[in-house]
Design a protein around this ligand. Structure first.
Ligand code: T46
Length: 196
């Protein structure tokens, strides 16, 4: 794991405020204006949602190659996940490093995963729903990924990963050492997640 202390990390943890009253709460879960204020210029074009029945479901580590590379804004609508962003930018001093964040329906935390990073998560309970915005349309011909338990990345998965549920496709993903990443380093080091 190669995370470094860099407040300008491209991976961002957001937590939009919730305005509570006697009925419950309201939150602006996405605002292009707020993102611009905090230095995120990504425009999103597609919303995704997945449901995972089992605790310990692992989806990832995925990315889309250019010309359809995707930045993602991930949040948990039901239950909780550990979410991961892995630096896949060639030439990055933190190449193969990762940051992780616990995203919960109750807290409304969001992870911004830029282009150049692999993304994956593990569910921490049954019946988890995850929603995420992506900055380019689904392009199956551009799909890429790295095996979830890659020994170089060495993600410190939670105990739920002792009996993970994975797709056949994900079980066949390559190791990082066998990957030719299409992404180039942009000068921003992967650093600890700082709430935006
Ligand atoms: C991603 C995607 C998938 N699909 C179809 C293709 C398959 O028939 C079905 C399931 O796809 P997949 O097994 O790739 O779904 P996940 O394993 O949840 O993949 C996603 O999970 C990780 C965490 C990600 O970050 C990616 O956004 C995405 O790869 O949905 C679509 O129709 N549109 C899409 O944008």
């Amino acid at each position: 794991m190669g995370t470094l202390n860099d407040p300008t990390s491209p991976v961002r943890l957001l937590q939009p405020p919730r305005f509570g009253d006697d009925r419950g709460w309201f939150s602006e879960t996405y605002s292009e204006r707020h993102h611009a204020e905090i230095g995120i210029a990504t425009r999103f074009v597609q919303d995704n949602q997945s449901f995972s029945a089992a605790s310990g479901t692992v989806r990832g580590l995925h990315f889309q190659r250019p010309p359809h590379a995707q930045a993602k804004l991930v949040r948990c609508l039901r239950g909780s996940i550990m979410d991961y962003a892995v630096d896949l930018r060639c030439g990055s001093p933190t190449y193969g490093g990762y940051v992780s964040a616990k995203l919960t329906a109750g807290g409304g935390e969001q992870l911004y995963v830029p282009v150049g990073f692999g993304h994956g998560f593990i569910t921490l309970e049954p019946d988890v729903e995850v929603a995420y915005k992506v900055s380019d349309f689904y392009a199956p011909e551009c799909e890429g990924g790295v095996i979830w338990n890659d020994p170089t990345i060495a993600i410190d998965w939670p105990l739920e990963a002792l009996s993970p549920a994975l797709s056949q496709k994900d079980l066949l993903l390559p190791k990082l050492t066998d990957l030719t990443s299409p992404f180039m380093y942009d000068g921003h080091l992967l650093g600890p997640l700082l709430p935006a």
